[in-house]
Write a protein that binds this ligand. Structure first.
Ligand code: NAD
Length: 360
């Protein structure tokens, strides 16, 4: 395969961790006979410094022309960086919002996987952590409460704030299809999370999910109310495979699911549109506190590259090879500082990338 990848290394630890992900992709290319062509683009603080704009239209056009985008992270220290003296629409994060919108990314995927070797970092009770978990939270990203009409006004002398939660049949169907498609690549189970006992939008959500489920007889599915889902995540996370939910519920549940894995440096993510195109990035930020020291954990970004192989390029075998290589280095006891524990071997960003690339 000959794949064109737009690479946005970004700010802070972004360049350090993305370089390692590219190293691992190249190792996959060599082993399996693929060519990954990279076009490096600027976004965030580095783009402000170069062009006075966190994301230029030219960069958007180049990202759109690629098959996928691999992103590090953007932004600086929000208290001290001069980027945060700029108006909000000129700050680094404005670039992120713009690229998501321009690329039509409506499905956000965040895996939450507890590695055997990192169980001590899991804040749940030992007997729950010992069962392990491996789930994927799929959050609708462009509809719902965050994008509905909102206003604050005085009604009969009382200040009143109104936010509206809207979902169309089309918006629900396209993300439900993604969830069932992805479940077919995993353990074939979808848990659709809603609040159908109260909300009309959730009742429509449920109806459409049921319609979509008919096309996937191999996938088992269930509905779960969001309050119960929040409890089940900490009580019995092993029950989940793909968790499908709307924007605000997904915002909250995906952070809860990240938290129980215990380490931000391990968490990958993907945002997809209606085609195979996707933007792949670590869940964490640019970590300005450790940038430039060569100690950041590159695994979240390396696993994001594995998601890119799986979801954009349908290279499942190659994605498995990266995920296995990550497990292998953990089994062998190598750790970056953020996941270090007694008796393990501490390595920096570059060495961790080398070790994983060598095991692909
Ligand atoms: P952060 O995720 O950057 O850092 C939180 C903590 O986690 C820090 O102690 C950091 O050192 C640690 N950490 C994060 N990633 C790590 C890694 N790979 N290896 C080891 N340790 C890691 O969150 P923050 O400090 O709130 O934000 C810093 C900047 O990042 C801000 O400018 C923020 O706006 C930006 N940000 C960007 C994105 C993005 O690009 N998608 C996401 C979140 C935050």
């Amino acid at each position: 395969m000959n794949a064109n990848i737009a690479v946005i290394k970004g700010d802070g630890i972004g360049p350090e961790v993305v370089t390692e992900a590219m190293k691992v992709l190249d190792a996959v290319g060599t082993k399996y006979g693929h060519t990954f062509n990279y076009e490096q683009l600027l976004m965030g603080g580095c783009s402000i410094d170069a062009y006075g704009d966190p994301l230029t239209d030219e960069t958007v056009a180049k990202a759109k022309a690629a098959d996928a985008v691999l992103l590090g992270s953007i932004g600086g220290n929000t208290s001290t960086s001069p980027w945060y003296k700029l108006p909000p629409n000129k700050r680094p994060e404005a670039g992120l919002l713009k690229i998501r919108k321009e690329l039509g990314l409506f499905a956000n995927l965040r895996p939450a996987l507890l590695y055997d070797q990192l169980k001590d970092a899991c804040p749940l009770k030992k007997e729950i952590a010992d069962r392990g978990f491996d789930m994927l939270i799929m959050r609708e990203l462009t509809g719902g409460l965050y994008f509905g009409e909102r206003k604050t006004e005085e009604i009969d002398g009382v200040m009143t704030a109104i936010d509206t939660l809207t979902y169309t049949e089309k918006e629900i169907r396209r993300i439900a299809i993604k969830a069932f498609d992805i479940a077919m690549k995993r353990r074939k189970k979808v848990t659709s999370v809603d609040k159908a006992n109260v909300l009309d939008s959730s009742r429509l959500w449920r109806k459409i999910v049921e319609e979509v489920a008919k096309d996937y007889p191999e996938v088992s599915y269930e509905h779960m109310l969001v309050d119960n889902a929040a409890m089940q995540l900490v009580k019995d996370p092993a029950q989940f495979d793909v968790v499908l939910t709307e924007n605000m519920f997904g915002d909250i549940l995906s952070d809860e699911a990240s938290m129980i894995t215990g380490s931000i440096g391990m968490l990958s993510s993907a945002s997809l549109n209606e085609t195979k195109f996707g933007l792949y990035e670590p869940s964490g930020g640019s970590a300005p506190d450790i940038a430039g020291q060569g100690i950041a954990n590159p695994i979240a970004t390396i696993l994001s590259a594995a998601m890119m192989l799986r979801f954009t390029f349908d290279l499942d075998k190659e994605a498995d090879a990266i995920e296995q290589a990550v497990k292998q280095v953990l089994v062998e006891g190598y750790r970056t500082g953020d996941i270090m524990s007694d008796g393990c071997k501490k390595v920096g960003t570059l060495k961790m990338g080398d070790l994983i690339a060598a095991r692909v």
